[in-house]
Design a protein. Structure first.
Length: 341
């Protein structure tokens, strides 16, 4: 594992925003295994149970409680940590929640990005930074091929708009402030939908399955025909780490660029496919398409990513099949459930 990233992260001071979340906690764990000095800046753990707590991370890293919307709190964290590499993951990550509180979503996802960029701009310690946004940053026109990094950004819902704003803001800072020879090297990462052990968030399919199946209830699904670029959580994390490695080593064809991280282009699976495969791996569970006329705001039904750029410039591609992705996820939750009994 150390050899994979060339020892880049060993003994490096790393700052991860959103380290208490699903992806943030797994990224923290991976970096600890790589020998990094991991520091996290985040609000309290977002779920109960929490992957952050299951992995025992509070005792293994330096935890700073704070809100990315608060610039002064962030500045204190940067002054304290003096990070060499930054991974910005902190976000309000649920689309439906963005309709309930659009202001908080935009202030967190767009405003928080501005604050982290500003701290990096003022910092004299940061060499590389990876900003994680989302595949929802693209203006979704429901076409059948995958979005490329140079496709139009946009968003009809507040969550998607906030991620498009974050991307535009990053490019603005890169072109305005990070062009000098010794400037921090910054790139953005746009990942598809992730699944994996340790996710208990509300309004995500696998956690919703687990909550329903554990109570022997039938799960109602809003949009079983919708497709998403499903991938195991460790797949995009490997991409973030490899992107950070290339930035730190000053790979000029990577710095300032945006990259998609998702399954291979031949992979296209619906919500129905995901639930059916998970039920098979879990061993039991019932679900049905919702017959209620939904008053929810519309979400895109078709979304694919083209990851050719990551393959060409980073030599990165997803390797897990859809079946293995779901199997690994179900097996993790089974092991967790057995340990709790």
């Amino acid at each position: 594992m150390m050899r994979s990233f060339g020892d880049v992260y060993r003994n490096k001071r790393i700052l991860i925003t959103g380290h208490t979340g699903f992806k943030g906690s797994w990224l923290s764990t991976w970096l600890l295994e790589l020998g990094a000095e991991v520091n996290g800046f985040s609000l309290d753990v977002p779920t109960n149970p929490s992957n952050f707590e299951v992995l025992g991370l509070k005792k293994r890293l330096k935890h700073i409680t704070g809100d990315v919307r608060n610039l002064k709190q962030l500045e204190k964290a940067f002054d304290r940590v003096k990070p060499e590499i930054v991974f910005h993951l902190a976000a309000q990550a649920i689309t439906r929640q963005s309709y309930e509180d659009p202001q908080a979503t935009l202030f967190t996802n767009a405003g928080g990005t501005v604050n982290v960029l500003e701290c990096i701009r003022r910092s004299g310690s940061v060499s590389a930074a990876v900003f994680i946004t989302s595949d929802k940053c693209y203006q979704n026109v429901e076409w059948i091929w995958g979005y490329r990094e140079n496709d139009r950004l946009g968003g009809d819902d507040p969550y998607s708009a906030s991620k498009a704003c974050a991307e535009i803001t990053c490019q603005s800072y890169i072109k305005s402030f990070f062009q000098k020879r010794n400037s921090p090297r910054v790139s953005t990462a746009r990942a598809g939908n992730v699944i994996g052990g340790g996710d208990w968030a509300i309004d995500r399919i696998i956690p919703d399955c687990l909550r329903a199946f554990s109570k022997k209830k039938k799960l109602e699904i809003r949009s079983p025909s919708s497709t998403r670029p499903w991938q195991h959580v460790l797949e995009p994390l490997s991409g973030y780490l490899w992107l950070g490695t290339n930035l730190y080593k000053n790979n000029k064809i990577v710095s300032g660029e945006s990259f998609n991280f998702g399954p291979q282009n031949i992979e296209s699976w619906t919500v129905k496919d995901l639930i059916t495969e998970f039920v098979k791996r879990w061993g039991h569970g019932k679900w049905s398409a919702s017959v209620k006329k939904s008053s929810d705001k519309k979400e895109a039904t078709l979304l694919k990513l083209n990851c050719d750029k990551a393959l060409a410039r980073l030599k990165w591609q997803a390797i897990l099949s859809f079946s293995d992705t779901v199997r690994f996820t179900a097996d993790w939750y089974k092991a967790y459930s057995e340990s709790e009994d």
